[in-house]
Ligand binder design. Structure first.
Ligand SMILES: C[S@@+](CC[C@H](N)C(=O)[O-])C[C@H]1O[C@@H](n2cnc3c(N)ncnc32)[C@H](O)[C@@H]1O
Length: 268
């Protein structure tokens, strides 16, 4: 995949939403976990090699994303031989600015065992490529007013022999939150079942995906052809977050309360 990325010109993409394989190296399973196995990769590298690979990947992504573009990178905390491997460790040694760490509360644990409290969360890192020194990106506008840094929706069940597809909500929420130019190009370098690409298409953008598995690529092509079947789900997600007045204006008009406990009420 990195070889493929190297053939892509600098500053090519407006937004990326992706989730790499997690190097789960599963040998023992909790009772909820079925076979977490991709069709053409085994997700089992020595952890040091895996982290090096991810750093190289993220830096290559930095090169191909446009200045001012964001990469949303989904990962999770993992323990190998009792030792915590936190994605922040390798992300913070890449060129990206970490704009936010979002907690994805999936409401269900993949592996229920007694070693620690059940892990319901994954993380989504909002990574930003500044246009110049000190650039922190645009202020969020009205569409984002109801959104906090904790996202709650369940994972998508296995699809087309793929153990870990995104739920459509995830890329729809991200893509519809960004102010993208007309004709923007959305990229998923680990596209799997093509969820990010379908979301981009339904929201009217161009898309580009890569996956090592020809089976998933075939499935993605078919899924994109019949993407209108998912249009309603996409619309529902967008509608959940839309508010008429941006936060800044509500604040100016004294319509915000403190503390901002119930964001949905506050944003009406
Ligand atoms: C977590 S899944 C992505 C799922 C995707 N977000 C979806 O909605 O279906 C990771 C994907 O990376 C792919 N993959 C694994 N190694 C790869 C590599 N070296 N290059 C490209 N894709 C790879 C797997 O086939 C798998 O589909």
């Amino acid at each position: 995949m990195i070889e493929h990325l190297k053939t892509i010109r600098d500053n090519s993409f407006d937004l990326s939403v992706t989730s790499p394989p997690y190097n789960k190296r599963i040998t023992t399973r909790g009772w909820l976990v079925r076979d977490v196995k991709y069709s053409h990769s085994d997700d089992a590298m020595p952890e040091e090699d895996y982290q090096r690979w991810q750093i190289e990947f993220l830096n290559e992504m930095y090169r191909v994303m446009k200045p001012g573009a964001s990469l949303f990178y989904n990962h999770k905390l993992r323990w190998l031989d009792g030792k915590l491997h936190h994605p922040f460790t390798w992300i913070s040694s890449t060129e990206w600015n970490i704009r936010q760490e979002i907690i994805w509360d999936r409401g269900i644990a993949a592996n229920m065992r007694g070693w620690r409290f059940w892990q319901l969360d994954e993380r989504i890192y909002w990574l930003y490529k500044p246009q110049k020194d000190g650039d922190v990106g645009k202020e969020l506008l009205s569409k984002h007013a109801k959104m906090s840094s904790i996202w709650r929706f369940p994972p998508e069940p296995r699809k087309e022999n793929h153990p870990a597809p995104f739920p459509l909500e995830l890329p729809v929420r991200i893509i519809s939150s960004m102010e993208l130019p007309e004709g923007a190009l959305v990229f998923d370098p680990f596209s799997g079942t093509g969820t990010s690409l379908v979301a981009a298409k339904l929201l009217g953008y161009s898309y580009y995906g890569i996956d090592i598995s020809p089976d998933y690529v075939d499935y993605t092509r078919k899924r994109l052809r019949r993407s209108t079947q998912e249009a309603q789900q996409c619309k529902q997600e967008v509608a959940k977050h839309f508010v008429k007045k941006p936060f800044k204006r509500r604040k100016e008009e004294g319509q915000t309360k403190w503390p901002y406990r119930d964001l949905s009420e506050d944003a009406k």
